[in-house]
Design a binder for this molecule. Structure first.
Ligand code: NI
Length: 395
């Protein structure tokens, strides 16, 4: 293994400069979900150059490649998402986005390049690997569609594998480190749409109306009691109403008011309970005001909860590649969501964080902010740790 450590290190050093160039190129040319045309073409070109074989599945966008397709007995999957966000970049970086109003403010350019780096390294030692590696370059993560598209393509039936590992940048972890966590990693994300119907009228004569705006306000306030009174104090969940709309003018009581929100949870039983309580509260509060109400509760992705054994593999590879100090244990999960969770209902897996913060204040800004600067060392760390995970498993 010591010889392999040295070999991996040499390969990483040999290709890292080229990878930073690739990352900057991707960063300059971000594409929105399901529009990842140039990105996909570039990924395909690179993977072919490394001698990888394209998987025999159909995808509208994105790509899947195989290393050692014939060694199918042992098989491990790595996944990077490749899409950008409708956010304007204002980092001032010389390789800032050239696409107006679109940028890689979630760091998916770093994920894509780290995965290419891993493919590059492993392609140089393919004969020594006793198994297959599958690289998923997934489209449309930001709109929660991509993972399901990959699953529906039949990839997992055609190429049975033992585990899947995903990567994501993280400004709360220092560059050069990876972040890992057992148990809940990211939250389930549901959407809530409540429509309250009353009886419209003149703002000066409320007694002749049923006011849906006031009713909506009571419902909104009451919903927060689900968090404080129904969710067990040592568990966590979020209900946020981000949008509320009512009538057309200050002196008009409208017929209808509506609100939209997001619900984040980790445990399935809490998720079920919140759906039930939200519906009960909304309909009963509406009824108490003489109004009518419809609750549309739309379930999005599940929570990302990693498999303990896969997390242990990530941790071991991280320590081997980065040293004892290179692995940060994340104290808390994130309330954000990830469609990587969909893969976890198909096979065991886990995600790891790639630290991206350094001494620059902008590197501590959150994801999805157009001013956030990601430390590029994450590309190198990601490529190296993923390669090591594959080597540990397949040798
Ligand atoms: Ni992301």
């Amino acid at each position: 293994m010591a010889a392999m450590t040295e070999k991996l290190q040499k390969l990483a050093e040999q290709h890292q400069e080229e990878m930073i160039t690739i990352r900057r190129r991707l960063h300059e040319n971000p594409e929105l979900s399901m529009k990842e045309e140039q990105t996909t073409a570039f990924i395909k070109e690179q993977c072919r150059e490394y001698g990888l074989k394209e998987a025999d599945v159909e995808l509208e966008s994105g790509a899947v490649f195989l290393l050692n397709p014939e060694k199918a007995e042992k098989s491990i999957i790595f996944r990077a998402d490749i899409d950008a966000l409708p956010v304007k970049e204002s980092t001032g970086l010389p390789f800032s986005s050239k696409a107006s109003g679109v940028c890689h403010s979630c760091g998916h350019d770093i994920h894509t390049t780290a995965l290419l780096f891993c493919a590059r390294i492993l392609s140089c030692i393919r004969e020594e690997l006793d198994g297959r590696v599958i690289f998923i370059f997934q489209p449309a993560e930001e709109v929660g569609k991509g993972a399901n598209m990959v699953i529906k393509s039949g990839l997992f039936e055609k190429y049975p594998s033992q585990m899947i590992i995903g990567i994501h940048t993280w400004p709360e972890t220092p560059a050069g480190n990876i972040g890992i966590r057992r148990g809940p990693f990211m939250a389930a994300s549901d959407r809530l749409h409540i429509t309250v119907r009353g009886k419209g009228g003149h703002g000066a004569h409320p007694h002749k109306s049923v006011d849906p705006v006031l009713t909506a306000a009571y419902i909104l306030t009451q919903l927060q009691s689900v968090i404080s009174r129904n969710v067990p104090p040592l568990q966590s969940a979020v209900i946020t109403i981000g949008r509320i709309t009512g009538g057309p003018a200050a002196n008009v009581i409208p017929d209808e008011a509506s609100m939209e929100g997001t619900v984040r949870t980790f445990l399935p039983e809490i998720r079920d309970m919140i759906e039930q309580r939200v519906t009960e509260i909304a309909t009963h509060v509406a009824a108490s005001m003489g109004a009518d109400c419809t609750v549309d509760y739309h379930r999005g992705g599940q929570a990302v909860i990693g498999d303990d054994q896969v997390v242990a593999r990530i941790e071991q590879a991280g320590r081997e590649e980065l040293g004892e100090d290179g692995v940060t244990y994340l104290e808390t999960p994130s309330m954000g969501s990830e469609d990587f969770s969909n893969y976890l209902s198909v096979l065991p897996g886990a995600m790891l964080r790639l630290g991206t913060s350094n001494e620059i204040p902008e590197s501590h800004f959150p994801l999805h902010n157009g001013k956030t600067i990601f430390d590029e060392r994450a590309v190198i760390v990601g490529g190296r740790v993923l390669s090591r995970i594959a080597v540990d498993y397949l040798m």
